[in-house]
Design a protein around this ligand. Structure first.
Ligand SMILES: Cc1ncc(COP(=O)(O)O)c(C=O)c1O
Length: 370
C-alpha cells in the first residue's frame, strides 16, 4: 500500500459538482473579484468563528501584513515571533518595515510560553508580538499571553494559519483574539482552490483599516487615504470556501480521528506523540511526534521504503535562515528550535483518510526498529 502525506482531493459526494455549477453562475454574472459571494463567505466564517469582524484577502501572508499594519505596527518597530514557525511570519514583519526578533520555543510544547514572551518583551521592548499557533493546536498559554500583552501595551497579532476550528476552553480560538489571521491555501484545514487568506478582529477600527488597506488604501472609488495594495479575495475562491465551510466540522472530525488513532495505537518507543494542552481541542492539521536527531534519519528511510509520506514541519529555525541575517533585530535562543527541527516527524494526516490507510501506517511504524 502507498499512503501520501496529504491528499487534498478527498472531497465529499457532489462537492465538486456543486462548486463547478456555482462557479459557472459567477462567470455568467461577471462576478470575478469581490461581489456578493465574498460577503457571503465573510458572513459565514464570522458566524462559524463567532468573531466580531471577519474579512477575506488574497493569502495568509498578506493577512499577517494587513493585521500588523492595521493594528498599528510601523516602520522600525520591533516585533517578536517564535523561532519555530513558517517563514511567512518572519517575512511579513520585514515586509511592513518592522524588525523581527525571534524567541525560542519550548522543547515540550513546541510553542512560546508566557515566561519566554515576558523575557522577549523585557529584552527587546517590542511594539508587537506575532504569536503563531502551529500543528492545528493553540499555544498552551494563549489566554495568559493575551492578558499580559493587553496589560503591557504589546499589540498581539495571532497567526492562525494552521488553527481554523481550534478551540480553547470550548471557545473558537478566533472569537476573542484582538486580531488574528489565517491562510486558506488549498492544503490547509479550510482550503480554497487557490490562494486566499483571512483576518479576524474584535476591534472595529482594525477591521475598517484592514478593509481599506487590502483594496489600494481606497476610501472612495478614486480616493486613496492610505498606501495599501491589492489583496482582494477572488470570487471563485470565496465560492469554494462557502461550500467547503459546510463540511468543515466533518473534515475536522476525520482529521482528529487520525491523530487520536496514532496516539493510541503506535507503541514504538522511538516516537513520542505529542498533543495540545488539555484546554485545547485540536483541528487535526498535523500529527506530531518527536524522535531524536539520531533516530529520525533511519526512520525516514524506512517510511520511504514502505511508501508512507511524511513531513518535518519545520526543518529549520527562522533565525538560522539565510534570508534572516540582514533583517533580524535580535534573538533569544536555547537551541530548542534547532533540536525540534531535527527531531520532529509528521505522519500522513488528512480529511477522509481511510481506516485501512491509518492501520497500515500504524502497523508499519510499530514494526520499525530504531
Ligand atoms: C503558520 C503559517 N503562517 C503563514 C502562512 C502563510 O499563508 P499563505 O501561504 O496563504 O500565504 C502559512 C501557510 O503556509 C502558515 O502555515
Amino acid at each position: 500500500m502507498k499512503v501520501n502525506f496529504i491528499d487534498i482531493l478527498r472531497y465529499e459526494n457532489n462537492f465538486l459538482e456543486t462548486v463547478t455549477a456555482k462557479t459557472a453562475e459567477l462567470l455568467k454574472n461577471g462576478h470575478f473579484v469581490g461581489g456578493p459571494i465574498v460577503g457571503q463567505f465573510e458572513a459565514a466564517i464570522k458566524d462559524y468563528t463567532k468573531t466580531a469582524f471577519a474579512l477575506g484577502c488574497a493569502n495568509g501572508t498578506d493577512a499577517i501584513q494587513l493585521a500588523l499594519r492595521a493594528a498599528g505596527v510601523e516602520k522600525n518597530d520591533k516585533v517578536l515571533l517564535p523561532d519555530m514557525t513558517f517563514w511567512a511570519t518572519f517575512e511579513s514583519i520585514v515586509n511592513v518595515g518592522a524588525i523581527p526578533c525571534t524567541i525560542d520555543v519550548s522543547k515540550e510544547t513546541l510553542h512560546l510560553t508566557l515566561a519566554s514572551v515576558k523575557e522577549g518583551v523585557e529584552k527587546f521592548k517590542p511594539k508587537a508580538l506575532l504569536l503563531v499557533h502551529l500543528y492545528g493546536w493553540a499555544c498552551p498559554e494563549t489566554m495568559e499571553i493575551r492578558k499580559y500583552c493587553h496589560e503591557n501595551n504589546v499589540i498581539l497579532v495571532e497567526d492562525c494559519a494552521q488553527a481554523i476550528g481550534v478551540k480553547i476552553n470550548g471557545e473558537d480560538i478566533l472569537t476573542n483574539a484582538l486580531v488574528a489571521t489565517t491562510s486558506y491555501y488549498p492544503a490547509k484545514v479550510l482550503g480554497a482552490s487557490g490562494d486566499a487568506g483571512g483576518i479576524f478582529t474584535t476591534d472595529q477600527k482594525i477591521a475598517e483599516t484592514t478593509k481599506i488597506l487590502l483594496n489600494h488604501g481606497r476610501t472612495g472609488h478614486y480616493d486613496h487615504g492610505m498606501i495599501g495594495w491589492n489583496s482582494r479575495l477572488g470570487a471563485y475562491e470565496a465560492n469554494f470556501l462557502v461550500e467547503s465551510l459546510k463540511y468543515l466540522d466533518a473534515r475536522l472530525e476525520s482529521r482528529r480521528h487520525v491523530c487520536n488513532e496514532y496516539r493510541a495505537k503506535i507503541k514504538n518507543p522511538a516516537l513520542n506523540f505529542l498533543k495540545p494542552s488539555d484546554d485545547v481541542v485540536e483541528n487535526g492539521y498535523l500529527s506530531v511526534a518527536l524522535m531524536t536527531p539520531e533516530t529520525r534519519p533511519a526512520f525516514i528511510e524506512y517510511l520511504k521504503k514502505n511508501e508512507i509520506g511524511y513531513g518535518t514541519v519545520y526543518p529549520g529555525a527562522m533565525s538560522a535562515q539565510p534570508g534572516a541575517t540582514a533583517h533580524i533585530g535580535g534573538k533569544i535562543s536555547h537551541g530548542h528550535a534547532e533540536w525540534i527541527a531535527k527531531s520532529i516527524i509528521n505522519l500522513p494526516c488528512f480529511a477522509y483518510m481511510k481506516q485501512e490507510e491509518i492501520d497500515y501506517v500504524i502497523e508499519t511504524v510499530n514494526n520499525f526498529k530504531a
